[in-house]
Design a protein. Structure first.
Length: 203
């Protein structure tokens, strides 16, 4: 009886909690995005861009948005650090993949890093939000151009959305996060992770 009531209380009053992994090659703007997310969605002002250094470990950002708790994990994108990414795959509800849309010379690198992550079995069915970042820079490609380049349909069948943003001024970020939260609320992936955590609680 208690567990039934507790279950009902949890269902009615607790906010869903989602882990979101921010990936992308070095200098794409992941940490700048994370700090902007803190500024937009929490009471804390995120670090300004000139105080952000290349990531070696893990940066975490906890915010509340659209009636959900979001925990963002931001990892380093340098080649030698990308092997760490997969340690976080299993527990991630979704992926945000950040691309420097103005740096055409590195699109191939970004595409292969993304393809490699999406092929990993631990990321199965995870919704994918791609941010075409640095739209404030002249020469940045549009979301459509980036979609064509990445050839997403060939990559995967999972829910995905490509959105133009600027992590500097915040343009486009809210639309992307809103899409992501809605997808996570109803995704097969979240259901699977929920069942896993229920099993772990019972055992
Ligand atoms: N113009 C412009 N520059 C940006 C934007 N976002 C990030 N940058 C710059 O791009 C560079 C890299 O940003 P970071 O946020 O450190 O990139 P990162 O993806 O976290 O890089 P790693 O930690 O090495 O993986 C910095 O000089 C940022 O100031 C943006 O929206 N517009
Ligand atoms: Mg970083």
């Amino acid at each position: 009886m208690f567990s039934l009531l507790y279950g009902l209380w949890k269902y009615l009053f607790s906010k869903a909690e989602f882990h979101v992994l921010i990936l992308g090659i070095d200098k794409a703007g992941k940490t700048t995005l994370l700090e902007k997310l803190k500024t937009i969605y929490s009471d804390f002002e995120g670090l300004p861009p000139d105080r952000i250094v290349p990531t070696v470990g893990l940066n975490i950002g906890r915010v509340e948005a659209y009636k959900s708790k979001l925990i963002f994990w931001d990892l380093g994108g340098q080649l030698g650090l990308r092997t760490i990414w997969e340690k976080y795959f299993e527990e991630a509800h979704a992926i945000v993949f950040v691309v420097d849309a103005a740096n055409h010379a590195r699109f191939d690198d970004a595409k292969s890093a993304l393809e490699k992550a999406l092929r990993h079995k631990d990321l199965q069915d995870a919704p994918l939000l791609i941010f075409a970042n640095k739209q404030d820079v002249q020469g940045a490609v549009t979301a459509d151009e980036l979609t064509t380049f990445l050839d997403l349909k060939e990559i995967d069948e999972r829910p995905s959305f490509v959105k133009e943003i600027s992590a500097y001024d915040g343009t486009g970020i809210r639309d992307g996060v809103m899409w992501l939260v809605e997808e996570m609320k109803r995704s097969k992936r979240s259901e699977m992770l929920r069942q896993h955590s229920d099993i772990n609680v019972v055992v």
